[in-house]
Design a protein around this ligand. Structure first.
Ligand SMILES: NC(=O)c1ccc[n+]([C@@H]2O[C@H](COP(=O)([O-])OP(=O)(O)OC[C@H]3O[C@@H](n4cnc5c(N)ncnc54)[C@H](O)[C@@H]3O)[C@@H](O)[C@H]2O)c1
Ligand SMILES: O=c1ccn([C@@H]2O[C@H](COP(=O)(O)OP(=O)(O)O[C@H]3O[C@H](CO)[C@@H](O)[C@H](O)[C@H]3O)[C@@H](O)[C@H]2O)c(=O)[nH]1
Length: 430
């Protein structure tokens, strides 16, 4: 099939490249000319395992990119994979996706045959039909349910394993309002369903929108709960990982997403939990559990710093921050726990030296004035303390490198460093 995807970021590029692999012809529409140029020349605009190979193989042939919305006219369906960031109060800012829907509608007004518009972005219930459906009707002059349909197909891929997740999903959700939209979605996903046999959830559009928030709120709350349990375990000198490994054997709990540490970050959990809270409040409901999950998460970075302060005063000290990405396997630093940590270190008057294998350039935009180095060794050299913020594998094999520290205090926010004789080790969890 001929597909178009508006927005070529983490989701749009991954989904486009994977659909190209599955045999579709895909066009990414993006306003960023550099992104467009890179895709067409076979160079992935984002760091994601396996994506570089797919873009190299299909970029410029079955996978194309353009800034020109009129390319949509030659396609059978369009995914909207545009950002839905947060307003100050946590509610979703729909201005970008509305702008995309407007441009899409203007193009659809010049297309004769049926088109399916699929919202991939994470949006609160009602957005797809009431807001975006109406914008497309207004700008195209067409009627929803006649010349075009809207559908909602939430995305559950994780950064760092986006390609693998998209190609091997646990479930695919089709939120549609009629059979025709459902059938077109089924045609689009047919090669993926044949390949990996996921559960297919066929539901309404509002339900599909809410499934995405519920999924993320559940996972974020799960991690906040294990973080709280980890904090309590630490007070009692109990090994939190042994506890969570054991509770994970209960199938009702499940063994995944039980790693306590410095908290969750990224482009989704913080924004989506905030949006769910704001959406609930908008309807007069106070969502106490999700709010508490956010509160526990916000406190974890401060706990890490307090542990370091138990060993050394921080003003004027050189502190190594190991790991800047919000999780391993990605260069994304959005809402990374390293951001409040570096901010607080700066407020206290510590000198920050930071290392990350891939995320340094992205972090420079937040903190242009801290020192960045190219290796863990350089970060540790002469440092008065080290904070481990991201669980990159390379931190698990560190040993002699710590001997270059002026004062080898290592506070581990991810239980990744080996507690060894040549360091004073303090884990966020016991
Ligand atoms: N990142 C994830 O892991 C993930 C996973 C599931 C769902 N989501 C959701 O998917 C959506 C997209 O997230 P993302 O992380 O891919 O965003 P992103 O910021 O990585 O990418 C968005 C892209 O859209 C482009 N863009 C902005 N305005 C445009 C316009 N008017 N027309 C065309 N292109 C435009 C930008 O240049 C950028 O390349 C969000 O709603 C997010 O919540 C993200
Ligand atoms: O046991 C765990 C698991 C995760 N995390 C942290 O939680 C955050 C999110 O991790 P992860 O979920 O792996 O990454 P994301 O790429 O943010 O993916 C989440 O957000 C996406 C965007 O909505 C969804 O599509 C995915 O299903 C959902 O897992 C990261 O900071 C992790 O360090 C922990 O602290 N402990």
């Amino acid at each position: 099939m001929e597909l178009s995807i508006i927005g070529s970021g983490y989701v749009g590029t991954t989904v486009a490249a994977c659909f190209a692999k599955l045999g579709h012809s895909v066009t990414n529409i993006d306003i960023d000319e550099e992104v467009v140029e890179r895709i067409n020349s076979g160079d992935s605009p984002i760091h994601e395992p396996g994506l570089g190979d797919l873009v190299a193989e299909y970029g410029g042939n079955r996978l194309r990119a353009t800034t020109d919305y009129s390319a949509i006219r030659d396609t059978d369906a369009t995914f909207l994979a545009l950002p839905t960031p947060s307003h100050e109060d946590g509610s979703i800012d729909t201005s970008i996706i509305k702008a995309g829907a407007r441009s899409l509608g203007e193009t659809l007004g010049t297309k004769d045959d049926y088109h399916l518009v699929i919202v991939k972005s994470t949006v609160v219930p009602g957005t797809t039909e009431d807001m975006l459906g109406s914008i497309i009707e207004e700008t195209s002059g067409q009627t929803r349910g006649e010349q075009f349909d809207v559908a909602m197909n939430p995305e559950f891929l994780r950064e760092g394993s986006a390609v693998e997740d998209f190609l091997n999903p646990d479930k695919i959700v089709f939120g549609t309002e009629n059979k025709r939209a459902n059938e077109r979605l089924a045609n689009i996903f047919e090669p993926l369903i044949i390949k990996s046999n996921p559960e297919v959830v066929e539901t309404g559009i509002r339900e599909a929108e809410m499934i995405k928030y519920a999924n993320n709120a559940f996972l974020a709350t799960k991690v906040s709960l294990v973080n709280e349990l980890g904090n309590i375990c630490k007070e009692y000198e109990v090994d939190a990982y042994e506890v969570t490994d054991a509770i994970g054997l209960d199938e009702r709990i499940g063994e995944r997403f039980l790693r306590s540490g410095v908290g969750w970050g990224g482009s989704c959990f913080p924004k989506d939990t905030a949006a769910l809270v704001a959406a609930a409040r908008d309807r007069g409901y106070e969502p106490s559990i999700v709010e508490a999950a956010i509160e526990v998460n916000n406190k974890q970075p401060k706990r890490l710093l307090n542990l370091l302060e138990n060993h050394t005063d921080l003003p004027g000290k050189r502190i190594a921050v190991l790991g800047l990405a919000f999780k391993p396997g990605t260069d994304d630093v959005r809402n990374s726990r390293s951001i409040p940590i570096i901010e607080e270190l700066q407020n206290i008057g510590a000198e920050v030296v930071a290392y990350d294998p891939v995320a340094v350039e992205n972090m420079r935009e937040h903190f242009p004035n801290i020192e960045y180095v190219d290796s863990v060794s350089l970060a540790l050299k002469g440092a008065d303390g080290a904070l481990v913020v991201t669980d990159w594998d390379e931190f698990s094999v560190l040993n002699d490198e710590f001997e270059q520290m002026k004062n080898p205090i290592v506070v581990d926010g991810r239980r990744i460093v080996n507690n060894q004789d040549n360091i004073t080790y303090e884990g966020l969890t016991w």
